[in-house]
Design a binder for this molecule. Structure first.
Ligand SMILES: Cc1cc2nc3c(=O)[nH]c(=O)nc-3n(C[C@H](O)[C@H](O)[C@H](O)COP(=O)(O)OP(=O)(O)OC[C@H]3O[C@@H](n4cnc5c(N)ncnc54)[C@H](O)[C@@H]3O)c2cc1C
Length: 274
């Protein structure tokens, strides 16, 4: 849900929402300031209204979701082995690709580079150059003052930070920071956003030892790089999902698997003599 401090920002967002709804069929709800007070009684800021997207789901514990994906993968017969992707090599003998793992070298006929911001660890060595940079972001979890509640994730749209009720507490997420992927953390935005957020909502103690930092892997047109590598058999790309990798990762995985199945079907049919 986006909330607005001025009528101008609210009306511009409502107009955009109408356009998105008629183009893509996504549903929303416009909330007056009094409706907002009923829905989010603990918000203390003076707001002109809210815009609530009613279709999306939200995740309260991303780590558990990832663990659930893993359990599902294993139930289908998959096996998780951790290795260093930087050791990936294209081999002429054997399956075609080899990577080093603590359990010894692992070979495969097909490999998918799904290394997010670290994709160049593999692609550069193989001679591919992608214009991939990162937008970094920070978050911190907080307790709430006694009796407070936050029922929706809330974007304080004109101030540029986000509050979300997570299992670990209220998560404050900052906007984007343009910096090198491996540069030291500079959580200045978090300190500034926290000051505004504390006036907006009764946040209590910080719950993490230090701010978490993540890097969103972005291309110039913000479109991910998905598909078969043009110069290597059995190599697939799946990275650059920018702000939406959590949501789109599973979709990309499925798209790649289906594409590979279609390719295998085509090869099988071509192998049948006429
Ligand atoms: C602050 C913030 C908020 C976000 N909010 C959202 C959101 O609300 N919704 C949404 O959909 N997306 C969100 N995203 C974006 C999303 O997190 C990313 O797009 C997503 O994580 C990308 O997924 P990925 O699997 O491609 O890469 P990653 O999740 O970055 O995974 C890459 C993996 O590669 C591993 N790795 C790196 N080097 C090696 C190596 N040499 N060998 C082996 N493994 C290696 C890393 O440890 C990592 O686990 C957010 C991102 C940030 C930073």
């Amino acid at each position: 849900m986006k909330v607005f401090r001025t009528e101008g920002a609210r009306d511009a967002a409502y107009k955009e929402a109408e356009k998105l709804s008629s183009t893509f069929g996504v549903n929303h709800q416009k909330l007056s300031s009094s409706e907002l007070k009923v829905m989010e009684p603990s918000i203390r800021a003076d707001l002109t209204g809210g815009l609530r997207w009613t279709d999306p789901w939200s995740i309260h514990d991303p780590h558990s979701l990832n663990k659930a994906y893993l359990i599902y993968f294993q139930s289908l017969g998959g096996r998780l082995v951790s290795g260093d992707a930087a050791t990936l090599e294209h081999i002429l003998e054997g399956a075609g690709w080899r990577v080093a793992t603590p359990e010894g070298p692992l070979e495969a006929k097909e490999v998918v580079v799904a290394l997010g911001p670290w994709a160049d660890t593999v692609t550069k060595k193989l001679g591919y150059r992608f214009p991939l940079a990162v937008k970094r972001g920070y978050h911190m979890h907080y307790g709430m003052e006694e009796g407070a509640q936050l029922n929706n994730w809330v974007l304080d749209a004109e101030k540029g930070y986000f509050l979300a009720p997570m299992l670990r507490g209220i998560r404050l997420t900052t906007g984007a920071e343009f910096a090198n992927r491996d540069a030291p953390k500079t959580p200045v935005q978090l300190t500034r956003a926290e000051r505004v957020a504390r006036e907006f909502f009764p946040l209590a103690e910080r719950r993490d030892e230090e701010p978490w930092m993540g890097a969103r892997p972005c291309t110039p047109d913000m479109m991910p790089i998905i598909g078969k590598a043009p110069r290597h058999e059995g190599l697939w790309f799946a990275f650059g999902h920018a702000h939406h990798g959590m949501t789109l990762g599973p979709v990309t995985g499925r798209a790649l698997a289906e594409k590979n199945d279609r390719r295998k079907d085509r090869d099988r049919y071509q192998a049948v003599p006429a």
